[in-house]
Design a protein around this ligand. Structure first.
Ligand code: ADP
Ligand code: MG
Length: 580
């Protein structure tokens, strides 16, 4: 839905379509390969704890501009530090969520735990170690003229032949040229819109100065790029969201690469494997848990995974557990639901968390991020019990709150980053990843965003304070949704500019799907993992920890793999629009 006929298409890593026979054979093999390498899930329609289906996957890796991928990887430690500082800023969290918690019961419940923990004494919280295992999700933005030499070349009438080959289909060159022209038109439209907004909302635009400056200097940048004949890949990227709780795909991310590496080799393209970047997400995340376990320094203590009542995405949890046991044979992992923790858990004399007689060193939440995980007060009590214990939480309650959409929206406002980052270059780099994010609080700015959403809903996505997919409202559905809310209720939501990722074309393979699969139009979302460990005063570990790529049909609003709309994928890094 975020694409239309004029959306640019990224070239494929190999020429498609594949001959029918070859496609049938390699797809059947890849399905078995996926199941046998744990790229799998429990079936929701025919659930059995004794069996697995392969997880939906894209047959060959989707292209992704190398420069943008590397930029995202390099930025992750800065984002880690930013989120760590945000999580430890009581005033910022409290002010930012003040309106939201008046109307959003779930966030209010989390915030209550936060407040109670703070009331226990600032010192304790201040020196309490947190384990952040974050995932920053992003999409390429095809309408980003700063890095859009393809559109510029086409608009200038250059490189037409090269583009016809690059897209790899009869007539696609013309389509690409049209896409280029359309893109330029869109950009001009955007400039115009900006001008109008400027007039209408002079005050708001003043606060948006930095963003505005970026937009307004586009024209100059375009001329510069054209003069330099820059061949960089033609999209920048924008952050979709940052996850601080239950950031999944630590196993399925690398597993996706394993399948696609196998497929490319089977198809005779082993020479291309070097363009698939290493992905150490599983070890990066699990080593993070073990580093926290080391800090806790009790050799007999365990790592506790908090899980849903039924874990469909079981491979993405068990492989973490198995990695820890295989790599660190002396460390035990336990799995418990919130309900079970309520039943079995208690605090020891020194506030250590005990499950029966076992002391817990580290708690890794793979559940607890949505209201449905809290069946009654018992589960909230369990969450509070864990929060007040000595165990190192991933996430601590303040990290959980720092990951709300409302906080993300607040961070995207000009000048806010300065509160958390010292280096001006870093502020600039992080500032660029935000697309427009708007408050819907009951005040002047919030009401202006409300009016803007009613006027041009197709530009936006409306998001509540929820995780796990399926909660957002898109485009033309926004006005009805907003009109059903009272002014105060709106402050539980934020408004965000829609990102328009380029398309890729490929085969999506799903359990029970067409055999052989058809070529479909797809868009991808990249997630970069980060691990950060520390307390309010010090960060002791901070690193980027691998990545994951999820791909969905271009017509789908959301692409959760566990939710059933997306497919496992991994990036194939490209440098420019050159031939295969
Ligand atoms: P959740 O916490 O439920 O995962 P997200 O903010 O990640 O919420 O939104 C869910 C999905 O919706 C994303 O994975 C992406 O596919 C789509 N989406 C979210 N924000 C945007 C956006 N600004 N532009 C385009 N698609 C978006
Ligand atoms: Mg998401």
């Amino acid at each position: 839905m975020s694409s239309d006929a004029n959306t640019p298409v990224l070239r494929n890593c190999i020429r498609l379509p594949l001959p029918q026979d070859e496609l049938l054979e390699v797809t059947a093999k890849a399905k078995d390969y996926a199941i046998m390498h744990g790229a799998a899930m429990r079936s929701k329609t025919a659930f059995s704890p004794d069996s697995l289906n392969f997880a939906p996957f894209v047959l060959v890796p989707s292209s992704f501009p190398r420069k943008e991928f590397e930029k995202a990887v390099a930025l992750q430690p800065i984002i880690n530090r930013l989120m760590h500082n945000v999580a430890h800023d009581e005033e910022f969290i409290t002010t930012t969520l003040a309106e939201t918690i008046k109307v959003d019961e779930f966030t209010a419940n989390l915030f209550n735990i936060y407040r109670k923990v703070l009331a226990h004494g600032f010192t304790q919280v201040r020196f309490q170690i947190s384990l952040g295992m974050l995932r920053s999700d992003l999409m390429l933005e095809s309408g980003c003229p700063e890095l859009s030499p393809r559109a510029l070349r086409q608009a200038a009438g250059e490189d037409r032949d090269q583009d016809a080959v690059a897209v790899g289909k009869g007539g696609a060159g013309t389509a690409a040229a049209a896409a280029g022209r359309k893109q330029m038109e869109l950009e001009m439209e955007m400039e115009l819109e900006l001008e109008m907004e400027k007039e209408e909302q002079a005050e708001r635009m003043e606060r948006m100065e930095e963003h505005g400056a970026i937009q307004l200097c586009r024209a100059t940048k375009e001329r510069e790029h054209r003069a330099a004949g820059i061949q960089s890949a033609y999209c920048c990227w924008k952050q979709v969201e940052i996850n601080t709780i239950a950031s999944g795909f630590g196993h399925l991310g690398p597993a996706s690469k394993t399948i696609q590496r196998f497929v490319l080799s089977e198809l005779g393209h082993a020479d291309k494997l070097h363009n698939m970047p290493n992905n150490k997400a599983l070890s990066g995340l699990c080593d993070g848990m073990v580093k926290a376990w080391d800090i806790y320094a009790k050799p007999k203590a365990v790592i506790l995974f908090i899980i849903e009542d039924v874990s469909y995405n079981i491979c993405d949890q068990r492989f973490h557990e198995f990695y820890i046991r295989e790599t660190y044979p002396h460390i035990k992992v336990l799995r418990r639901t919130l309900t079970e923790v309520h039943r079995e858990g208690k605090l020891g004399l020194a506030k250590e968390l005990l499950l029966g007689t076992q002391e817990v060193a580290v708690i890794y939440f793979r559940a607890g991020y949505e209201p449905g995980h809290y069946h009654s007060q018992a589960e909230w009590d369990a969450r509070y019990l864990m929060e007040t214990s000595l165990a190192i939480k991933c996430p601590s309650i303040h990290y959980h709150l720092a990951g709300t959409k409302k906080v993300q929206q607040a961070l995207a406002q000009p000048a806010v980053l300065e509160r958390f980052i010292n280096d001006p270059e870093e502020i600039k780099a992080v500032g660029k990843i935000f697309t427009g994010l708007y408050s819907l609080d009951d005040n002047e700015a919030g009401n202006a965003s409300y009016e803007m959403a009613l006027r041009t809903p197709e530009r936006f996505v409306l998001k509540p304070q929820r995780e796990g997919g399926g909660n957002n409202v898109y485009g033309v559905d926004i006005p009805d949704a907003l009109k059903r809310m009272s002014r105060v209720e709106r402050s539980a939501w934020i408004l965000m500019d829609l990102i328009h990722p380029p398309l890729t074309k490929g085969y999506m393979v799903r359990p029970g799907g067409d055999m052989p699969p058809q070529i479909v139009d797809m868009v991808s979302e990249l997630g970069i993992f980060g691990v950060v460990i520390g307390d309010a005063e010090h960060i002791v570990h901070n690193y980027q920890a691998g990545h994951m790529l999820r791909t969905k049909l271009s017509t789908a609003n959301e692409g959760g793999v566990a939710a059933g709309l997306g497919a496992l994928d991994s990036p194939y890094l490209i440098d420019s629009d050159e031939e295969y």
